[in-house]
Ligand binder design. Sequence first.
Ligand code: 5GP
Length: 316
Amino acid sequence: APHRQTVMHVKAYFDYDPWTTRSWDILHVISQDDPSWWQAYRDGDEENQPLAGLVPGKSRTGQWFRNTLFFLFLNAGKHWYGRKSKKQKKKSLTTTIKNDCDDVLTYEEMSLYHQPANRKRPIALIGPTNSGHDELRRRLLSIEPEKYAVAVPHTTRSPRIHERNGREYHFVNRSAFEADLAVGKFIESGEYEKNLYGTSTDSVRHVVNSGKICLLCLHTRSLKVLRSSNLKPYVIFIAPPSQERLRTLLAVEGKTPKPEELKEVQEKAREMEQTAGHLFDCSMVNAEPEHTFHELRRLIDRLDTEPQWVPPPVWL
Ligand code: 5GP
């Protein structure tokens, strides 16, 4: 029961209830005496369920996971990992997380994060083009500019007439950009019309130090880099709604996407879930932008008061 000392906290990479859970469970493991079956209780269940339950230990999760859960979730058709072929699973999971069990990601040790006063975790909004995550970021910035900010990116293009160095961009030459890139100073970068663009960790840290919440829109490949840094972004996946709903939403913006483009948004979302779903802290389906925006703001407000679990190290 919860009064017993917790031996470790883990994030469980499988859902017990795939129909309702849209974020991963944190388990308080209170006994690992039996390596096959640990005693644990789910974070948040302390009061409602004073009795700890048994969860498969790491030594048997691989087998148990494959034999039982894959079958279940495959049938349920809704689990992160249920749709993958064995080969895909192996590739995406072993490259991202060191796992002492086998090829299946099961648990990861987590620690309670202590947010230093006046420093907020950056928020990373992830999603395929047209899922609406860019628009959500824009709205957050415009509704509370004193609370949110974006990191000033670097670029190798020349400043335009009204642009100031350090305001719209940090304007640098190509060799300086490439040198910074080579030593890992950027959390993301890309090329557009023969110019390089990128966001540096220093730019993000500058926003964090100012006391504002840094809003990032990132590719999934940046999440891995960020995870091992001390920036600890809270990652929110914005998933597109059904193709029919997406078509209606885009029509409001004056866009008339072809059916294959709608399909592509969904396929891209699925691919992102499959390759990086374990790096998302939370996900939301953006079926009703007004509602999503409201939920997003509530979620961000909750981060101030609710305990947050992060992989070590826990400092900002
Ligand atoms: P502009 O040069 O007009 O300011 O930006 C042109 C394009 O550069 C944008 O539409 C975007 O595709 C890309 N870009 C701007 N900032 C960034 C950034 O921080 N990172 C990356 N990867 N691309 C950017």
